[in-house]
Design a protein around this ligand. Sequence first.
Ligand SMILES: [Fe+2]
Length: 320
Amino acid sequence: MSDELDARYKSFDELSSRSKCERPSRLITAYQPSEAAWNRFKLAATLYLCKCIPGNPLILDEAELLNTYYERQHEIKNITPNGMIVPKRHTILEYNAVVRAFAHIVDEIGINDLISSWHIPLNVRVKFSEINQENMTRHHPTEHVHSDSWAGESAESVTIMLPFFGDVERNHVCFYDPPDDFQESWLGPRPTYKDGEEIANRYKLNPFIPRKGQLVLTDFSSLHASTRKPGAGHRISIDTTFALKRNRGQGMQEVIHPWRENERLAPETLSKLGETHLFVFPDSVEQQVDSQGGFKHPTNLGVIPLLETTDPPSRACSGQ
Ligand SMILES: [Fe+2]
């Protein structure tokens, strides 16, 4: 096995040692949140999803909410071609509550001291039963097998996701394990996910399918893709990434694509969202944000301090 893969295994073993978890592979870990944290998250997500529908109907039934999203998808202007339901100024409160509830689930597994920074904002994502063919010609469709580092995120990172509504058995993310000769040079930005196809062909599909409500962490050296089996329904999930503190040998420095440096947040700030800080989104639903070929998040996010404190303002951290 390559030294580089061995180093990643060891870092991921440490990350996975803090709480009871499932280990579908050395580079994938899955947690079951407490019932209270899971129910709190579902309520917050429901209110956010309802607020994104014109007229703000209150739809508490999961199947009805998904069907409404499907039927009214062209009216919901803040859905991107990749399925991201991006926060806008009229959803600031509800979006912050979703992230707060997600951060509570992460707090439960006790890994915050191992995180150097989060990628923000987090992505609430809908994947309808049918693939958006128009999206498949764009730079980074999540249906192509990829590492999130290929879209310009730090190669030191871990992808974290939680599927929470819909047909997650047939419409889900699948994972791929690296070969023993994995090289760090395989990670790093690529103009499109397709450009990584030659590397993806060396990986092996892992049979793991995340269950609804499972928090899944996977190292950037493993690959993943959105997939739909025949007859699949719609699915909604939340995902983002965080940079993991690692013991690296000399010459193995963290690399962050320049577009991403202002999309970082310290873990202490995420844990206290809504108490000391708030995410704000200045754009109205009519204002589209240029994602610069997929290398920038399609929002204009600000992180504002809520209270005067002696702590330095935490607009964002460098991710170092
Ligand atoms: Fe991804």
